[in-house]
Design a protein around this ligand. Sequence first.
Ligand code: 3HC
Ligand code: NAI
Length: 699
Amino acid sequence: MPDPAASSPIRIQRVGTVAIVTIDNPPVNALSQAVRRELLAAFETFAADARMTGIVVAGAGRDFVAGADIREMDLPLLDPGLPEVILAMEACPHPIVAAINGNALGGGLELALACDRRLAAPDATVGLPEVKLGIIPGAGGTQRLPRLVGVAEAIGLIAAGRRLRAPEAAALGVVDRVVEGDLVEAAKKEAAEGSKRRLSALSAPADDAAQIDKAVAEASRAARGVPAVGKAVEMVRLAATIPFSDALRIERETFLALRDSPEAKALRHLFFAERNAQKVPGIAGVRPRPLARAAVIGAGTMGSGIAVALADAGLPVAVVERDTAAVAQGRERVRAIYDRVVAGGRLASGAAEERFARISFGDDWSALAGADLVIEAVFEEMNIKLETFRHLDAIAKPGAVLATNTSYLDVDRIAAATRRPQDVVGLHFFSPANVMRLLEIVRGKATAPDVVATGFALARRIGKVAVVAGVCEGFIGNRIYSTYRRQMEYLVEDGAWPEDVDRAIEAYGFAMGPFAVSDLSGLDIGWATRKRRAASRDPRERYVAIADRLCEQGRFGRKTGRGWYRYPEGAKKPVPDPEVRALIEAETARRGIARRAVTADEIQRRALAAMINEAAKILAEGIAQRASDIDLVLANGYGFPGIRGGPLFAADARGLGSVLADVEAMHAVSGFGSEPAPLLVELAGTGSSFAKWDAGRAQ
Ligand code: 3HC
Ligand code: NAI
């Protein structure tokens, strides 16, 4: 007979007249149905026990409670809901104290807010991050938090889904105090001696209207099309205007409606995609190599940002450049990054100084000798990369991880320039490297498993989302992005203006359209690459020469004030340029194409068709391990809207039959290189989906 207590996700221990309830539901104590059911039963029993004087709620392991069980959110609601548990806690006559040992997030914090006191360990984290999952707090969070911190502060915290460390949470009043030492012991004492203090009985402190307006404005600026943000703001405002129980009812209804929304489903998909991406065959259980000192070669756009990302995580970084002039420029670039962060109020100047001091600069390569990890970020030229790695091989210590930040080049060829290809890996950061969350870990033929594991350990340490990619031109992200951008150029040649394309792509939810992005990153680099590859380009490929014509006129984008758009002094946004229109019309005519009207719908469908088709090829080739990895790359590195879950999630949502029809239409006008991917044809033909393909491979 199984012992029911052994499988119960909560443990109850009586110490005198106090009960200690420990939630033990690994890995993160999520509030699954079983946890809710057992908590409800426990609090109903406690309420009827007149001998008791108090209750402590604690979490087993590293977390207090990480929130609702996100895996249950795709299922019909299972009773009892969290609000029922919370009602029972408030109805219980004995004081309840939360002992917050680790993460108290979402429903976990709501559970703590239903307690009469909250004590936290110094390294505990609390927050209501629901909007990141496209939902709002659904068990009183939007009503109880403002009663502690005020409406304006609560809007800021909930709309941004911000997580607070214990000291800040205590300063704001979210937790009563931080306890050094035995947390449960302190909570027990407080429970035995304390009294009831239900937040529902308080009113929210009065904030002035200007503070609230400011918080609302900030929230809507950062909303990025996530409907939950506006709803969260609305709910928090109710805390100051209508009775608690009415607001609670509205909050719950809103939560339930959002839970089933396509945006929330998409964001949940990305949440699990992020966790799944770390599961790489051959890596499970492999220990990463030690990582105490890092180095960066080349302190240009990328190297400077990478050095900052490493120093921000506490690593000492040696930066080497070509010569003293380049060293000085590199140092200035890094300085400028920190100056911007401080000016933006995101870091105190003292902390910035401390981080800056972790980075040393020089042109003497012997500085690389002590590094456990060296990241190369020199010019994107194979010969320079090969030379750099030969030199590095002679200097780096045995076992050091040697990484290249190349965007497109063959990592296997670079590895072969050394006598230790097993130590070589691609670590592809995105610009700006200290800000963008994505890191592609490019696994070469010879890359050792513990080197890949070190890539993941590094990503975790510097707060990045890591995805493994195989070697091909452009890996996952740049290969898909290039294919998509080329399609957008075809549309411009066929009849759309660059601003039509950008508008349609932005309407789909991207932060920027492809032409505005090109102007921002500079057209000259792509031009140089195209010239270099001109001889090897397949003559069957449709080639649009508009970007070359722009570059011939010195239109390199924002930095020259002109590119696909004009950038007059003081203009905040790109301005469409009649000269560019004339140039496009001339190119279209030269190619014998009759310009036609192109709708926003066609632009969006074509963009998706291009991305999905290339993604299916990448999957079939094994460059990406799973469809959800591709979604993660596009959403975290290329501005694909999170509320659409990535191109392959969007493909499944539309239906692969319809996507295939778009791909075939695209192929008809694009020809060579845009052939429908056999995997897409197969999945569409069998009524399957990318999600099913992933699930099949996971078994
Ligand atoms: N529900 C279900 N599973 C969860 C979960 C949750 N809330 N949180 C984490 N997990 C799972 C992960 O999927 C992962 O599973 P796997 O090992 O099978 O891949 C495992 O727990 C470990 O997660 P991480 O790899 O993320 O572990 P970390 O130690 O890096 O991080 C964490 C722990 C900080 C708790 C992080 O997992 C996290 O941020 N979780 C989500 C927190 C959250 O968003 N909570 C709000 C939920 S919505 C809600 O509460 C609604 C309420 O208002 C009603
Ligand atoms: P960059 O031109 O801004 O910087 C390159 C730096 O390398 C310069 O400071 C140069 O002085 C230095 N350098 C060149 N040869 C050197 C050598 N032999 N030894 C030491 N230093 C040397 O270039 P950027 O944009 O930073 O690109 C660097 C690498 O990162 C390239 O491989 C690029 O493809 C890749 N990359 C670029 C991204 C971007 O958005 N700019 C994004 C992701 C990757």
